[in-house]
Write a protein that binds this ligand. Structure first.
Ligand SMILES: Nc1ncnc2c1ncn2[C@@H]1O[C@H](COP(=O)(O)OP(=O)(O)OP(=O)(O)O)[C@@H](O)[C@H]1O
Ligand SMILES: [Mg+2]
Length: 226
């Protein structure tokens, strides 16, 4: 078994803007060990979300490769990537991407149902994690009747509920007040401690960054020590 849960090897990405090519990621190398936690900071537009999407197999690099749990995603079929991702990765997007037709509870149950858990068990597990993010009294609300921070916490609960080995999070505390952000941070630490969950967190929040074991700074397409 690979000691790394996630690796980037020479990951590069550029976007074309009219005739202009803009290099966003410049041969990024990154090794994340199982159970490790990492914060990625850096200016707006520096490429943090782009890197996270590539790490999660949601976007393709122009060159280089991403290796998830020892398997190169390039060499897998889309179906195999989905299966591996479903098992090993949780994802919290910068924008919540909740399903608007479904309640908070249903949104959090979905990954468990996809993983073929019995509905009653999925309901129990989803309820428990929603309580942990402080939403025990919002289970039956649809996204439209939740606040921005509540939606964000539902998205966090959804990413955590099937206890993936690694969670990728883009600004998970961006819309939260200090008190709620601290609660969420404590939950991350518990998960890391109790289950050995590895995490990559993209954030502008210094307190959250410092609660991770390692910090890196995205600048000019590279990851550097801050
Ligand atoms: N699909 C795309 N087409 C063209 N340019 C893009 C695309 N996606 C991102 N970019 C550009 O790539 C750069 C990096 O974007 P990215 O979203 O990764 O930044 P970020 O570091 O996450 O910023 P923020 O902190 O504001 O979320 C930006 O300049 C953005 O405009
Ligand atoms: Mg971003």
């Amino acid at each position: 078994m690979s000691k790394f849960i996630l690796q980037c090897q020479g990951v590069s990405k550029s976007f074309t803007d009219g005739e202009c090519q803009i290099n966003i990621l410049n041969s990024i190398n990154l090794d994340l060990c199982r159970g490790q936690t990492l914060a990625i900071m850096g200016a707006s537009g520096s490429g943090k979300s782009t890197l996270l999407q590539i790490m999660g197999g949601l976007d393709q690099p122009d060159s280089g490769e991403v290796i998830l749990a020892g398997q190169s995603m390039m060499k897998l079929s889309p179906n195999m990537i989905s299966a591996l991702r479903n098992r090993a990765l949780g994802f919290v997007f910068q924008f919540h991407h909740l399903l608007v037709e479904f309640t908070a509870l249903e949104n959090v149950m979905i990954p468990l149902l996809i993983a073929r858990q019995a509905p009653y068990q999925a309901r129990r597990q989803a309820t428990s994690i929603l309580k942990k993010v402080g939403l025990g009294s919002r289970l039956d609300h649809r996204p439209a009747s939740l606040s921005g921070g509540e939606r964000q916490r539902v998205a966090i609960a959804r990413a955590l509920v099937n206890q993936p080995e690694c969670i990728l999070m883009d600004e998970p505390t961006g819309n939260l007040d200090v008190h709620t952000a601290t609660q969420v941070m404590t939950l991350f630490q518990q998960l890391n401690h109790d289950l050995g969950t590895a995490m990559v967190v993209v954030t502008h929040d210094l307190a959250l960054a410092q609660s991770m074991q390692h910090q890196l700074d995205m600048q000019d397409g590279s990851l550097n020590q801050p």
